[in-house]
Each structure stands twice: as C-alpha cells, then as structure tokens.
Design a protein around this ligand. Structure first.
Ligand SMILES: NC(=O)c1ccc[n+]([C@@H]2O[C@H](COP(=O)([O-])OP(=O)(O)OC[C@H]3O[C@@H](n4cnc5c(N)ncnc54)[C@H](O)[C@@H]3O)[C@@H](O)[C@H]2O)c1
Length: 243
C-alpha cells in the first residue's frame, strides 16, 4: 500500500484508543480521532501533528452518517479502521436493565457494524482496507459480573472473522485483538484496590497488568505490512492470563 495511510480510531479519547492514535501517528499514519467525548478526542488530536478529531456517538446511526459526510467532504476517508471504543461496567444479569443491555451492545457491537457498513464500500472500491477490532479476553470465556459485556466481545470476535471471510478477497484484512486487564480508566474497578490488583497480577505469566502500549504495539503490527498474511486472526494480548 502506498501512502497516504489514514487511520480512523474510535475511542481515541480513552486510554487504549489514545495510545493507538499516538503509536499509529508515530508509524506515519494520518490519524482521525473519534470519540463520543469530543473534548477527549480533541485532546488526543492536539498532541498529534495533522490529526483530526470528531465527536461521534457510535450508538447512533445518524452520528456515524454525519462523520461519513465530514470525512468525504474533507477527503479524509481512512485506509485503516481501529474500533477501540467500548463500554464496560460490572453487572448482574438478573438486575441489568434493558437500557443497560442496549448500551453495551450498541456501543461494543452495533457501532462496529455501522462503521464497517459505511466504510467497507470505500475499501472495496480501493481494493484495500484494514480493520482492527478491540475485543477482550472476556469474549473468549465467561467472567464473573460481565455476562453481557462478554457476549458483546464474543460478538466482536465472530464479526471480525466473518468480515475476513466476506471481504478478505477484496484486499481488506480484518483482525481482532483481545486485551486482558489493561491499566486505563476502564480497569478502575480493580486498579483502585491495590491488594486485589496484586492478587490478579500473580495469576498472569507476565506478573503485571497490561499497559496501553502493549495494545498499541499489537495494533501497530496488524496495521503494518509485516502482518500482510494475517487475516481473520484473534490476537490475545493478556500477559498469559488465558494461557
Ligand atoms: N482496559 C481494559 O482492561 C480492557 C480490557 C479488555 C478490553 N478492553 C477494550 O478496549 C477498548 C478501549 O477501552 P479503554 O480501556 O481504553 O477504556 P476507556 O474507558 O479509557 O475508553 C473507552 C472510550 O470509548 C468511548 N466511548 C464510549 N461510548 C462511546 C460511544 N457511544 N461512541 C463513541 N465513543 C464511545 C469513551 O468516551 C472512551 O473514550 C474497549 O473496547 C474495551 O472494551 C479494555
């Protein structure tokens, strides 16, 4: 793929998404930072030369359509799509409300579907595209207090594999990363409890919580031509937690 390489990163105002934006910019990508929290997306973009920021609610189709119109108008259609936005909160299936269920599924799954639906025709036209979805090890196995989050992340893994099967022959690579516990605001539920965190870390081969750089490095590899034969794969980056 010759330049320009343009990466659109969702959740770019968050811990993992902002790190991915910085890493891909360092790799030579032009970066588009997308987040529901427009100020946070702008803060990430402000650190990166030539980056753009957009406030987008991925749970709302019209918000994604507005983003698409803006990208077309600015001649900024991406070559790479990194879906890192997500929501997580511990929950009990019995008491989870339907609205809470919808929030988890709409952001974690439907948002990826809607963005792919809008960008895939452009990728197909160009016979090139690279989709990297951020799932979770929660999508690989059951976990306490996260049944619907786990279901949403399993859906992301399955969706990514199907994207590869359906569109790989157009030169569009789709892969998914499953982070384990990563030190971001989303991991507050345990990072605020030092003894619980130390106990968790002892269960890992790496003996430490993951960093946002651990995930950004994996994204950097999948976004590069060094991974050009990798299609539809599930890359686990969890310090050996599911080994
Ligand atoms: N931190 C972890 O331990 C961990 C582990 C496994 C997987 N993940 C996954 O990694 C991804 C990034 O998580 P993080 O740790 O950086 O969390 P984070 O909370 O720091 O960032 C998530 C970002 O998503 C954005 N977002 C939420 N709802 C949105 C919406 N409707 N539209 C657009 N943006 C929205 C938030 O504003 C936030 O900036 C998520 O998909 C998460 O599920 C995180």
């Amino acid at each position: 793929m010759t330049s320009p390489k343009i990466a659109l990163i969702t959740g770019a105002g968050g811990g993992i998404g902002s790190e991915i934006a910085r890493k891909l910019a360092a790799d030579g990508f032009q970066v588009i930072c997308v987040d529901k929290n427009g100020d946070a997306a702008q803060k990430t973009a402000n650190e990166i030369a030539g980056a753009h920021a957009f406030a987008v609610d991925l749970a709302i189709k019209s918000s994604i359509e507005e983003l698409h119109e803006a990208l077309v108008a600015k001649n900024l259609l991406p070559t790479h799509l990194v879906n890192a936005a997500g929501v997580f909160f511990t929950h009990d299936l019995v008491t989870l409300s339907e609205d809470e269920y919808d929030i988890i599924m709409d952001v974690n799954v439907k948002g990826i579907f809607l963005l792919c639906q809008i960008l895939l025709p452009h990728f197909i036209d160009k016979k090139y595209g690279n989709i990297i979805n951020i799932s979770s090890t929660a999508g690989l196995r059951g976990g306490r207090g996260r049944a619907i989050y786990s279901a949403s992340k399993a859906a992301v893994i399955s969706l990514t594999r199907s994207l590869s099967v359906d569109y790989g022959h157009y030169g569009i690579r789709s892969n998914v990363i499953c982070p384990g516990l990563i030190d971001t605001p989303m991991a507050d539920w345990i990072t605020h409890d030092e003894p619980a965190l130390r106990n968790w870390e002892k269960t890992l081969s790496a003996q430490r919580i993951g960093t946002t750089q651990d995930i950004a490095n994996a994204v950097s590899f999948l976004a590069s031509e060094n991974s050009s034969y990798i299609y539809g794969s599930t890359m686990v980056v969890d310090g050996g937690g599911t080994a």
